[in-house]
Design a protein around this ligand. Sequence first.
Ligand code: TRP
Length: 73
Amino acid sequence: MSKTNSSEFIVIKAKEDGVSVIGLTRGTDTRFHHSEKLDKGEIMIAQFTEHTSAIKIRGKALVQSAHGEMDTE
Ligand code: TRP
């Protein structure tokens, strides 16, 4: 795992109750390994790790990363 990868944080701010932040596994088998529920106004700060290669967000949220800021629809 490169340093760049592990030091990159993703900030997720829920804009409604019940937003899900879902971690997907790294490796040949890509599957959900963790689901975190956020209520409106709650923030989660997450990283890509040796276990997590992708993050899926369900529900209305503001997402900030090194690639910019995005709103889910
Ligand atoms: N145990 C997980 C890991 O180390 C925790 C985690 C990190 C996670 N980043 C995440 C869970 C993003 C959900 C979404 O990889």
